[in-house]
Design a binder for this molecule. Structure first.
Ligand SMILES: Nc1ncnc2c1ncn2[C@@H]1O[C@H](COP(=O)(O)OP(=O)(O)OP(=O)(O)O)[C@@H](O)[C@H]1O
Ligand SMILES: [Mg+2]
Length: 358
């Protein structure tokens, strides 16, 4: 697949009375055509600043940005060059954007909101009407054509915003926390819509969120941002199966049913105690090993017992990912053999606590 968005050595610093803020620091990203690419980070990480550079709503200080083969900014002898205004307007038509608070025109109807971007490209009334009808069908909101934003639910407002963003057939859709103001049902339905638009239209989507569940639900790839930098990046499955950075681990734990283990440990729960000592360990089974009868095999082979505390198997991006927290008991050298056998079998192990005994 071709790359749709190419970002190299991008920097953006805000200057204010209270000091400078490096909102985007030396960011490099390649987003391929047709991808749903997630960017996750805590508040202030620089996500909005970065995504707003992609359509030059925010002008970076340095770095290069290419969208759909067109250079928006580039470096020449250490200075940043910027695309001419008339070319920028054309490129911007190829980039739609949606926001957390929808940004609709409150005094205009659904029809007028969606027609707005079409008025500037020389369509006649009839063409505009036909296109709005088509867009409303696409976002499944045909019956609200004459409603005002105040008469719509949050999810419906976001559908109008999506229709408006798609009006000029963009190649890229930028989404800045588009589901953060919605309840769980509306979130699910908007995410479903984004997924189906990506499939149906082949549109490349860049999606910002602070929720790992959103990344899990729709994205193919993900970048994790912290203090203006992309600290980790990759396929969603790989990041979930084997996160490297602490911040990534924190995000993943937040979306995992196994997160309870930390409060169990804190409270010294009876669920995680054993009579003769043992090892509290987390096992991660990637799709290549899920389904093998490894646990019972090891139990027999090394004469150890697995007492399962928490476990979860999910389908992520079409592949199984299993994780389990277990108390492993037996003789010390048998436990050690079992642990190295697990590693040999490509089960990842993370010891949570050693020698827990009651
Ligand atoms: N116009 C501005 N002037 C000065 N500082 C700014 C401006 N916009 C953003 N910042 C600062 O830049 C940093 C990154 O902000 P940004 O809005 O990109 O973060 P974010 O990851 O989108 O956060 P959130 O999840 O809260 O939306 C923050 O420290 C913020 O205070
Ligand atoms: Mg933001």
């Amino acid at each position: 697949m071709n790359s749709m968005i190419e970002i190299q050595h991008l920097n953006k610093t805000y200057h204010s009375k209270s000091g400078d803020v490096d909102a985007v620091h030396d960011v490099n990203l390649t987003i391929r055509e047709g991808d749903i690419y997630g960017i996750i980070g805590y508040s202030g990480a620089g996500k909005s600043s970065l995504i707003r550079c992609i359509n030059l709503l925010e002008l970076p200080d340095s770095g290069s940005i290419t969208v759909g083969g067109e250079k928006l900014t580039w470096m020449e002898n250490d200075t940043m060059k910027v695309i001419k205004n008339k070319d920028l307007n054309r490129v911007r038509r190829g980039i739609g954007m949606i926001f957390q608070h929808f940004n609709l025109l409150d005094r205009s109807t659904v029809f007028e909101n969606i027609a707005y971007p079409l008025k500037h490209i020389g369509m006649n009334k009839e063409q505009i009407y036909d296109r709005v009808i088509e867009l409303l069908e696409l976002v499944d909101l045909s019956d609200k054509i004459d409603a005002y934003p105040s008469q719509l639910s949050g999810g419906q407002k976001q559908r109008v915003a999506i229709a408006r963003a798609l009006a000029n057939n963009p190649k890229v859709l930028l989404s800045d926390e588009a589901t953060s103001a919605l309840d769980p049902d509306a979130t699910e339905s908007i995410l479903g819509l984004l997924k189906s638009l990506n499939k149906k239209l082949g549109i490349t989507i860049v999606l910002i969120t602070h929720e790992m569940a959103v990344i899990k639900a729709v994205c193919h790839k993900v970048a994790v941002m912290e203090h203006g930098e992309v600290v980790e990046e990759g396929k969603v499955y790989d990041i979930f199966a084997n996160p490297q950075k602490d911040i990534t681990k924190k995000f993943i734990i937040s979306a995992s049913p196994l997160k309870k283990i930390h409060s169990l440990v804190r409270k010294d729960s009876p669920f995680i105690q054993t009579k003769d000592g043992g090892l509290l360990v987390k096992l991660i089974f990637e799709h290549t090993v899920v389904g093998d009868a490894i646990i019972s095999d090891i139990s027999r082979r090394f004469n150890v017992d697995f007492n399962i505390v928490l476990a979860n198997v999910e389908i992520l991006k079409g592949e199984q990912l299993g994780s389990m927290i277990t108390v492993l008991t037996g003789k010390e050298n048998d436990i050690a053999s079992a642990m190295s056998y697990l590693k040999e079998k490509n089960v990842r192990t993370e010891v949570i606590e050693h020698g827990r005994a009651s």
